[in-house]
Design a binder for this molecule. Structure first.
Ligand SMILES: Nc1ncnc2c1ncn2[C@@H]1O[C@H](COP(=O)(O)OP(=O)(O)OP(=O)(O)O)[C@@H](O)[C@H]1O
Length: 304
């Protein structure tokens, strides 16, 4: 299965907030949807979910118009959607019945997820009496109920302690291995890096970077190295670099303990190394730069 967003435009009043969004996600290859606050992620997801319409553009499932109510979808919205005053298990059963399951099977499934998420003891409590993390787990149980074929998670780890995060991680890996469609929107880059093979980065309503995460990382790391020198602060190394290495490389960033540098066109690691040796600098670190997703995010959409 594949889900596709094609050329999606959306305005609120006179303000256009999505300017032609394109996304592609297929079963078993989760998509990380990233962007700064207000970039347009939630708006895109709400249009996919048909909570409101775009001004133009298409949402397709396997090439045909996607009608969410015809499919089993697990959606964890940014604003959580359960009733605070109702008992937790009761409302999950109600939700399951709305999704077309019979009461007995939905109760079994809800109890399975309560057990799996460690909230069985709260099944007869009103949602509002639970802690934030436990309320989040009830929300998650509602998402996984009935084995949805498409899952959209907006900040699923918020409020979870490390033990519960691990439980959720295991569940997400199961979903991925089970070959379902998963869209994962989060500001927690470490989780995106762990799960998502594809990413799409939205900036002010435009996709500014998308594709295979490993390939994007390779591209960002290309011709870049991290360097540090024994007994030399990186700011001192920076001064030496600017003066002595200007024909070989330029500095991309000065970190606390090392520099990230980029080789100039036609220059190689060997040229750089020869110069370091010529200057009798004692190498502490000299390695290919492997960017983290958060580095790429800041470089691409941070304030310049
Ligand atoms: N109902 C609305 N009416 C008017 N403007 C809206 C509405 N919903 C969203 N917007 C605007 O659309 C833009 C995109 O918002 P959206 O909520 O999609 O961002 P986001 O990427 O999900 O941000 P965050 O990471 O903060 O959740 C913002 O400028 C926001 O103010």
């Amino acid at each position: 299965m594949n889900l596709e967003v094609k050329d999606l435009y959306k305005s609120f009043g006179k303000t256009e907030v999505l300017h032609g969004i394109n996304l592609y996600v297929e079963s078993g290859r989760p998509l990380g949807l990233l962007g700064r606050n207000g970039a347009g992620k939630t708006t895109t997801i709400r249009i996919i979910m048909d909570l409101f319409s775009g001004n133009s553009g298409e949402i397709l499932l396997d090439g045909k118009k996607f009608i969410p109510k015809n499919h089993k979808i697990g959606y964890l919205p940014e604003e959580r959607g359960l009733y605070p005053k109702k008992k937790t298990l009761e409302q999950l059963i109600y939700l399951g019945e709305l999704r077309g399951f019979n009461k007995k099977e939905v109760k079994e499934d809800a109890l399975y997820w309560f057990k799996r998420l460690g909230i069985e003891e709260y099944k007869d409590k009103k949602l509002e009496t639970l802690s934030k993390g436990n309320q989040q787990k009830v929300q998650l149980a509602s998402v996984f109920l009935g084995r949805p074929e498409i899952i959209i998670l907006d900040e699923p780890f918020s409020g979870l302690d490390p033990i519960n995060s691990q439980i959720l991680k295991d569940i997400i890996f199961e979903i991925i291995n089970d070959n379902r469609i998963l869209i994962f929107s989060s500001h927690q880059m470490n989780y995106v890096e762990e799960f998502c093979e594809e990413i799409a980065l939205i900036d002010k309503g435009d996709i500014v970077l998308s594709g295979d995460l490993n390939r994007i990382k390779e591209e960002y790391g290309k011709d870049r190295l991290t360097i540090s020198i024994v007994d030399l602060q990186s700011r001192d190394l920076k001064d030496i670099f600017i003066e002595k290495f200007k024909d070989i490389a330029h500095i991309v960033e000065t970190r606390k303990d090392y520099l990230i540098i980029e080789l100039l066109d036609g220059k190689s690691k060997k040229d750089l190394l020869e110069k370091i040796i010529e200057l009798d600098l004692d190498i502490d670190m000299f390695s290919n730069y492997k960017p983290k997703l958060s580095d790429i995010f800041v470089e691409r959409v941070g304030d310049k």
